[in-house]
Design a protein around this ligand. Sequence first.
Ligand code: GLC
Length: 650
Amino acid sequence: MGTSEAVLQVLSGANPLLFNSATCSGNLDSTFPSRFLYKYTKKRVSRYKRLFNCSSTLQSDLGLNRLKGLGYGLSGCREVNRLQLLSCKCQQAESVSGLTAEDGNGTWFVDSAKKLNLNSVANTPNILEFQDVQQFEQEKKSFTSNGAAGTTIDSVSKATVDCLEDEAWNLLRDSMVYYCGSPIGTIAANDPTSSNVLNYDQVFIRDFIPSGIAFLLKGEYDIVRNFILHTLQLQSWEKTMDCHSPGQGLMPASFKVRTVPLDGDDSATEEVLDPDFGEAAIGRVAPVDSGLWWIILLRAYGKCSGDLSVQERIDVQTGIKMILKLCLADGFDMFPTLLVTDGSCMIDRRMGIHGHPLEIQALFYSALLCAREMLAPEDGSADLIRALNNRLVALSFHIREYYWIDLRKLNEIYRYKTEEYSYDAVNKFNIYPDQIPPWLVEWMPNKGGYLIGNLQPAHMDFRFFSLGNIWSIVNGLATRDQSHAILDLMEAKWADLVADMPLKICYPALEGQEWQIITGSDPKNTPWSYHNAGSWPTLLWQFTVACIKMNRPEIAARAVQVAEKRLSRDKWPEYYDTKRARFIGKQAQLFQTWSIAGYLVSKILLADPSAAKILTTEEDSELVNAFSCMISANPRRKRGRKNLNQTYII
Ligand code: GLC
């Protein structure tokens, strides 16, 4: 029996049916018309009058946001009293189900009495690299110096930290974007003194995720619900660039609320949503991650609010299926990983991450798991669910097996034979040992390991990408042992990955000729800046979830402590530059919303770690069985490493 057959039999019972994209597409199409539950007027007059519009006699709230952004900084502790200035003629999005923090879903909300005992540093690394020991010890000392109560804030007093959180909440609320009087997202950066806003005045899908999570954890569900439903409607907008249209399921990278004159009435204006699917973005890159993040947020919304009615809606179910259909479409691939162009995710410009970058694979895996949980079991979805299960197993096998490196695996690659033509080759991708970069030989700690950035024929991208690794812990794409090993490595390499500001987006930087060739001599991506190994405070929230999942929250708490020494003082920058993150980024925006929201999410989760469950996913027994079945059923694995199952996979 072939591998995929074996997997399918386990997953689908005795009668395996291979996924057929044609069947699936038929099923999807038949449900598609029923998704239009909204009754907005659809205008296609110009590029700026897209799917929705609502009339308003007053200026857009988005514009007000930018004017209003005064009084930030250390003022903190200030109540925001947002005026509802819009008077819309259009029909509002359906009212939310009335859930609030008081509705019994406030269980995730911070219990202020519940503080972490930060003295229980149970998992400090046994082996640290020499150059890191000093810093690690220093951080640890400062971390535990307040002993008895275990609340550990030394250089920053508790009062200051509380004020910092108040300031962050105020800034987050100031960044809220309203459409027809209802909150639907947060602007990417909200610095009214900046003359170079580019597209940072838009609501980015990926940037909204930490904002959305912060609001969910605070019991404010409306904004998240509105965001989910409005972006869903944007998904079905016709998108084209030079007469070419991408797949229907594509979600925009960002959208903007525009106020435009109302047709035929000079005295009135209307609001329209104007999405960007990549046709205006720098580099014209389609955001593969948007739809994947949307699915992850949808699940988190249901888990946190208890309101499952959103995910059960026909239009939402169809939206999920359309994203999956796009991701699961047949192609020429031999790999179960998703093939994408450069810059299709958080790193949204040329950085040598085309092909099968880890970040996309990690988000893809999450989206598959979350969708599996949310899709309504109905006859029409059977093929899709089967394909999804099949892909989950193949994807986790592929990543765990081929993306993983540690000292042992590195030594194995170092001794690889090449040009093995056969089914049972050990060096399947024909990796030449000379590709092992000299920095890695020194850098790889004795204890720990990580998932490499990308894998292609004859090419391994050995750079460490933080988000892909962290998110693989959060969703269980990495095994338990691998997850701990990633955290071990992050502790051992604290001076490189955290230093003066968590977290490096990737390590190390591309330099010299490599930088010229790979980035196209991108002046924004110079070594140790921006996406080329710059440090991004927003990554703190994902890191916190990963640490909590592995029951090692003290590592995240230490990173938060590093961040809060500077974030407010530096005006919440988008990113930091230099090897140790000492400078505010060359072209970093200030008052970057996801830096603010990321900090808040980390704080809330550290105070109530159980709340992280709305984001983590686990393999269920059905998948574990299918996975073991796949490994034992593959007759072509005989020449592989003998104890591979125990070491890497399970
Ligand atoms: C930059 C980042 C991208 C982010 C956007 C808005 O383009 O690369 O990840 O979504 O800014 O903050």
